[in-house]
Design a binder for this molecule. Structure first.
Ligand code: PEP
Ligand code: MG
Length: 604
């Protein structure tokens, strides 16, 4: 048993969301938070007001200098999130905080911390009245900025990591974008947060840096004190706190096994994904930032199967202009060449939101003004993005992908707009890729039903199972009451995927799949059996998927598909897979094979 802060602590486990895989053992250090200064409240005499306002101004100046330094330091290797740093600098200058606090010190005759607290309460009330949950959550950004000011006012070190000698696991309620960007430091073993989901900014950055991470650990900062010994299991999404000596030994063994297994699998990263009987399947990566390209290629991606283009819009305070977008896409395409890149146009709305776009609250955002619907309504924004993609399309092998298509007419409207955009580029004398292939995401049930018709209109399909499953089964994934019913092996889902692949092939076009299901090793034999041409997934899944493809035989997976087609429930399908997988992929699944243990969350 471990001693901590003089107290005898019981070993315990906190359960969160697996955000970035790997097991690390170490002490936790808390970053962020308002520090001790927040609750220092005192009243001022009239003669003290000017000096207190000056003390606050100095803190603001220092915060601005710190943020500017962070931005400059990172400019070289991590450009996309800088928009957020800039927006934090703007918030510092904004009347909302600066003006209110300066006035508050004078009108309430209170110290700067108190005035800041009052200003923050008022801003929070303002944000709380906003219907749209994304904008409401932007209050976290104001809090991040305020927390920096509280720490500076109290004269605390703003970067606790600067003081740490050993490698540590960093913990926070939520990391600000500046914090996560600084995760590049070699002193960090892993990180854990109270807030966030698997697709949060923190999780994405963690994965792109290959740092193990668990997010969504409720009450983390209340239950785990600074300096506590923990085992972070980013594969299973668990944090073991104050482990006993025996447990620690067990975890060390798991960590060794996990390393051996991943090293072994890594050997498959750069082998071609071809079945035993010679069928090649493209295995590509899904990324959201150009800075993830390196990791994707390192893990053996044959290209980028899905570039989610939302980041440029979400990260910045203002809408990105054509030149900014052109720069991003040009770096992406040139960096990936000669491998292909599929750029998806803006999929904003639903749970993703751009701060520069004013939004009316929608009762049901997943079924609202999302993705292509938004682009067709806000055609100026759409055309700017299309111009940037078409121009950048000359610098590599580019494909253009449109999200959430639900009818043929949408495709016709898109084609008209693309035609107009090309005309404009010609008029402006700008070089562009005139022959860029255009495809659609099949992620709405109506597109599945019309797959044979839509296949006549486009150059390729990419099945978005994340959304398709949600819309087909009417399961809101973030609704705790029904989340367990979200099931890629539901027979209805499998029928839909098969139908889309068959319709695409009948029309002579390629069909890929780019939802999370593409990297789900349980589903892989079925997807191969359906004849899918491309699987695009999270980069870290690539070596596992390649290894399994290289152990697969087409005749076997086709026979499995036929067996499964006769099943009427997911349970029955899982029963067949439970027999098939260990038999065909013994290293992964049989006798407690490595992958099996990973899936069970035992980390080895
Ligand atoms: C999908 O829906 O499967 C998909 C890949 O798109 P996103 O997760 O970005 O909605
Ligand atoms: Mg989708």
């Amino acid at each position: 048993m471990m001693e901590n802060g003089g107290q005898h602590k019981e070993p315990r486990t906190l359960y969160g969301i697996a955000a970035s895989p790997g097991i690390v053992i170490g002490r936790v250090v808390r970053v962020g938070g308002a520090g001790q200064g927040r609750h220092r409240h005192y009243r001022l005499h009239a003669g003290e007001v000017a000096a207190e306002q000056e003390r606050f101004r100095a803190a603001v100046d220092q915060a601005e200098q710190e943020l500017a330094a962070i931005r400059d330091q990172l400019q070289a290797h991590c450009e996309e999130p800088l928009g957020i740093v800039d927006s934090h600098i703007l918030m510092l200058r904004d009347r909302m905080l600066r003006g209110r606090v300066t006035e508050g010190i004078a009108s309430e005759r209170v110290n700067a911390e108190w005035a800041l607290e009052l200003a923050l309460d008022r801003v929070e009330a303002l944000f709380a009245g906003i219907k749209d949950s994304y904008i409401r959550e932007r209050f976290r950004d104001v809090e991040h900025v305020a927390e920096r000011l509280f720490r500076l006012l109290a004269g605390e070190v703003t970067d606790p990591l600067a003081e740490v000698g050993e490698k540590v696991i960093v913990m926070a309620r939520d990391f600000s974008p500046e914090d996560t960007i600084r995760m590049r430091t070699d002193r960090i073993l892993g990180f854990v947060t109270e807030m966030g989901g698997a697709t949060s900014h923190t999780a994405i950055v963690a994965r792109s840096l290959g740092i193990p991470s668990v997010v969504g650990l409720e009450r983390l900062t209340e239950e785990v004190a600074d300096n506590t010994m923990v085992v972070l299991d980013g594969t299973a999404g668990r944090l073991h706190v104050d482990p006993s000596r025996d447990q620690l030994e067990q975890f060390r063994e798991q960590q060794r096994q996990y390393r051996r297994y991943t090293e072994e699998v890594a050997l498959y990263a750069h082998l071609s994904p071809v079945t035993v009987d010679g069928l090649a399947v493209a295995v590509n990566a899904n990324i959201e930032m150009v800075s993830e390209l390196g990791v994707a290629l390192e893990y053996g991606a044959g290209g980028i199967g899905l570039f989610r283009s939302e980041y440029s819009y979400i990260a910045a305070a203002a809408l990105p202009d054509e030149e900014t977008l052109f720069g991003v896409y040009q770096r992406l395409l040139a960096g990936c060449a000669p491998f292909p890149v599929t750029i998806r146009t803006l999929d904003i709305g639903g749970d993703k939101f751009a701060s520069a776009v004013r939004w009316g609250g929608e009762a049901n955002p997943a079924m609202g003004l999302r993705a292509i619907r938004f682009s067709l309504r806000e055609q100026g924004i759409f055309e700017t993005q299309l111009r940037a993609i078409l121009r950048a399309g000359r610098f590599g092998t580019a494909r253009l992908l449109f999200p959430m298509i639900s009818s043929r007419d949408e495709i016709r409207r898109i084609r008209e707009i693309v035609g107009r955009v090309k005309e404009g580029l010609r008029r402006d004398g700008l070089a562009f890729n005139d022959g860029i292939p255009m495809g659609i995401m099949v992620e709405v049930p109506s597109a599945v039903a019309l797959a044979d018709i839509l296949a006549q209109e486009v150059d390729f399909f990419s099945i978005g199972t994340n959304d398709l499953i949600q819309y087909a089964l009417a399961i809101d994934r973030v609704n705790e009451y029904v989340a367990h019913m979200y099931d890629p092996l539901h027979p209805a889902v499998l029928r839909m995927i098969r139908q889309v692949v068959d319709a695409g092939h009948a029309a002579g076009i390629e069909v890929g799949l780019c939802g999370e299901m593409a990297g789900d090793v349980m589903c892989l034999p079925l997807l191969l059996g359906f004849g899918i041409d491309e699987l695009s997934m999270h980069p870290l899944a690539i070596p596992y998927v390649k290894r399994m493809i290289r152990q697969s035989t087409i005749a076997d997976v086709r026979a499995l598909v036929e067996t499964v087609a006769r099943c009427s429930s997911s349970l029955e399908i899982r029963g067949h897979l439970a027999a098939f997988l260990p038999q065909r992929y013994p290293e992964e699944f049989a006798g407690g094979g490595g992958l099996q243990r990973l899936l069970r969350g035992e980390g080895g």
